[in-house]
Design a protein around this ligand. Structure first.
Ligand code: HEM
Length: 133
């Protein structure tokens, strides 16, 4: 890690567009996750919101906040069933996306680990069902 934001170290917005595109390619074929998306099969809006959120989180422009207000992600996920299965499938698609976009030589070593270190606990934080009877 350095004093420079991850957003600038990865070269800015296009990295997050590639990451989110790769992630939603997985979601688009996932029979558990896809039905949860209110606008499916159109994932354009969901892609836009996740891209802007992640760019903002890692030190990029605050366009997400301008468009959506305070993220309040736990509250915003309450309408969707997020149990252990959904959490894990979300993480599988994101791990594949991280691996794919970080394979680029232009992406510094360590970025993949930084992304993963955020996504794993964040997905657990958004879980709103134990999966237990
Ligand atoms: C929406 C982030 C995990 C399902 C969103 C939005 C963001 C986001 C920023 C748009 C919120 C808005 O402005 O309205 C994240 C992050 C996660 C995560 C950072 C974990 C690190 C999950 C998981 C599920 C999930 C585990 C599993 C079901 C959804 C759905 C939507 C959504 C169905 C609505 C799509 C839409 O924006 O139209 N998420 N999410 N998310 N998320 Fe997540």
């Amino acid at each position: 890690s350095t004093a420079l934001s991850l957003f600038s170290r990865v070269g800015g917005m296009s990295f997050f567009e590639r990451l989110v595109d790769a992630f939603y390619e997985g979601v688009a074929t996932d029979e558990v996750l896809l039905p949860l998306y209110p606008e499916q099969p159109d994932l354009t809006g969901a892609r836009h919101r996740l891209t802007l959120f992640l760019a903002q989180y890692w030190g990029g422009p605050t366009t997400y906040m301008d468009e959506r207000g305070h993220p309040k992600l736990r509250m915003r996920h309450m309408p969707f069933h997020v149990g252990p299965l959904e959490r894990d499938r979300w993480l599988v698609h994101m791990a594949a996306a991280v691996e794919q976009v970080c394979a680029d030589d232009a992406i510094p070593d360590g970025v993949a680990d930084e992304l993963t270190a955020y996504f794993v606990p964040a997905a657990e934080h958004l879980r709103n069902d134990t999966g237990l009877p």
